[in-house]
Write a protein that binds this ligand. Structure first.
Ligand code: ADP
Length: 500
């Protein structure tokens, strides 16, 4: 195989910045393709055209008029609109009023059907565009059916004879588990449930994530530490047996962030742009944030930021157990997030109890997120588990010092401060325990008292390389590995059938 040949890659994601976002998946889908394109490859993105995506705002143009997609022994009509991620990176948006013209992105009872329709449309679309991908890069459970199809219903389709699949696990906790009907809707009922001797449940449910892992030609997750952690029963979310079986084709590739969009030197949302050589200017963002958030305006009080989905994964139970003690110390907290009602209540109570010192915004607001990265002194991510985490990298890019639990991608990107050597870009703790978290915050506050030390921490974070450059090259290697796995598997199959 020609190892330098530019590749054609179809990148499938349920959310993509700037079209639709609920979390890190959208950031990755909006930035990794740009880095892969800059390495000389033809990468194209596909996603559903949700009702919230305004065709006028994104200048979307119809590229495929309505065509039928097999669904549940019938057909469903879809059309395809085209937008751009960058001048030479098309984004294909699959349009169907019944399934996508709704306010939200997920959490509908027919989500399985919605994403089956999206994936099947994306495959059929490549046929109609006569654009034959070398690799289909699938992300999370929403697109995990594609590797399964390539090995079953599309196996004998000459158009996909040389198409390999890569499956990226962004979060193993969301697996997309449904009942038998889903197999009928997807047209693979004749192949039945999956079976694994150590996973009795699999014989009774359709677990999309498990299918992606089982059928993809190469698999990865979004940090090296998480790739190791998910092989264990503690972190494997019940899929560790199948992940261990596949460990020869499972890799960890840490996410990057979009250095063009997320840049404190040019960010249009923040009060004062700055960079690592002009850190003195940064305080203007802190004062503006305190003002806008209704906190006491005081440059000397350490300000801690949180921008996050408010779920158990993110460690807010241990934070909740210790936060009153924290607010007895001299610090302020600003929280931006949405999620479990339980945490909405917890943070609302906090802001009522400590007016001027704690404030919560229970909403999704990208501009405010950037103001928090640029204006907070510290950024809190005490996650129970964290596949990669982007918040800590964005915080460091903007000079906010992360305080994190050392797990998954947080362990791979945040290096605990060592005052003796001056090495480190944040504070981390190991045990998932409120007092371990408390101690890490106290350590951060202690260091905050010394401006030179603090500046060193900030500069270490701001000058670290969290761009996509290195990781994009690793993805290209992964694509080539998937292609070679796919070719070998086909060769073995062909030899076996010739012998019969
Ligand atoms: P996850 O993907 O688990 O939600 P990440 O840290 O990988 O966590 O990515 C979260 C992304 O979503 C970051 O870009 C963060 O800034 C953004 N984000 C999370 N919550 C909000 C919110 N309420 N408003 C704006 N941006 C948010």
């Amino acid at each position: 195989m020609d190892n330098d040949r530019p590749l054609k890659i179809l990148y499938l994601s349920a959310e993509v910045v700037p079209f639709a976002k609920t979390g890190g998946l959208a950031d990755v889908a909006g930035s990794l393709p740009k880095a892969i394109h800059s390495l000389g490859h033809d990468i194209r993105v596909a996603m559903p055209r949700y009702g919230r995506i305004d065709p006028l705002k994104f200048d979307l143009k119809e590229v495929l008029p309505p065509f039928p997609i097999p669904m549940d022994r019938q057909t469903e009509e879809v059309s395809v609109l085209q937008g751009q991620l960058a001048p030479e990176i098309p984004v294909y948006l699959v349009e169907n009023t019944k399934y996508y013209d709704r306010d939200g992105i997920y959490m509908y009872p027919d989500d399985a059907e919605r994403f089956i329709l999206f994936c099947r449309s994306a495959l059929e679309m490549t046929h109609r565009l006569d654009w034959r991908p070398d690799v289909i890069h699938c992300n999370d459970w929403h697109t995990a059916i594609v590797p399964n199809w390539l090995k079953t219903v599309y196996h004998d389709d000459p158009f996909f004879a040389h198409t390999a699949s890569v499956y990226t696990i962004h979060n193993l906790a969301y697996q997309g588990v449904f009942g038998y009907r889903v197999l009928e809707i997807a047209g693979i009922a004749e192949y039945g449930f999956m079976y694994h001797p150590e996973m009795a449940d699999l014989a009774e449910v359709v677990d999309f994530m498990a299918r992606g892992i089982y059928f993809a030609d190469a698999i990865n997750t979004v940090s090296e530490t998480y790739a190791r952690e998910i092989l264990t029963p503690e972190c494997g979310e019940k899929l560790d047996p199948i992940l261990r079986d596949r460990s020869d084709r499972l890799f960890g590739i840490v996410n990057g962030i979009d250095y063009e969009v997320m840049n404190p030197a040019t960010d249009p949302y923040i009060a004062r742009t700055f960079d690592a050589d002009h850190l003195d200017l940064r305080v203007n963002n802190k004062l503006a944030l305190q003002q806008e958030a209704g906190l006491d305006v005081d440059a000397s009080v350490p300000l801690t930021g949180i921008v996050s989905r408010l779920t158990d994964q993110k460690g807010f139970d241990i934070l909740g157990n210790v936060i009153d003690h924290l607010l007895d110390l001299n610090l302020q907290v600003v929280v931006l997030g949405t999620g479990d009602p339980h945490y909405h209540e917890m943070f609302s109570r906090l802001s009522q109890t400590y007016p001027g010192r704690a404030v919560v915004f229970l909403t999704f607001n990208a501009a405010l997120a950037q103001k928090i990265y640029a204006g907070s002194d510290m950024f809190l991510m005490p996650s129970r588990f964290e596949p990669c985490g982007l918040g800590q990298m964005l915080a460091m890019r903007y000079g906010s010092v992360p305080i994190v639990r050392s797990t998954g991608g947080l362990a791979d990107t945040v290096c605990d401060w060592d005052p003796r050597t001056g090495v480190g870009n944040g504070f981390s703790f190991e045990r998932y325990d409120r007092w371990a978290l408390f101690a890490a915050i106290v350590r951060a506050l202690e260091n905050y008292r010394y401006p030179e030390t603090w500046r060193k921490l900030q500069v270490n974070g701001m000058t670290a390389d969290f761009s996509w450059q290195a990781s994009a090259r690793k993805y290209v290697e992964l694509y080539r590995r998937a292609m070679s796995n796919q070719t070998s598997e086909r060769t073995v199959q062909a030899e076996a059938s010739a012998e019969q």
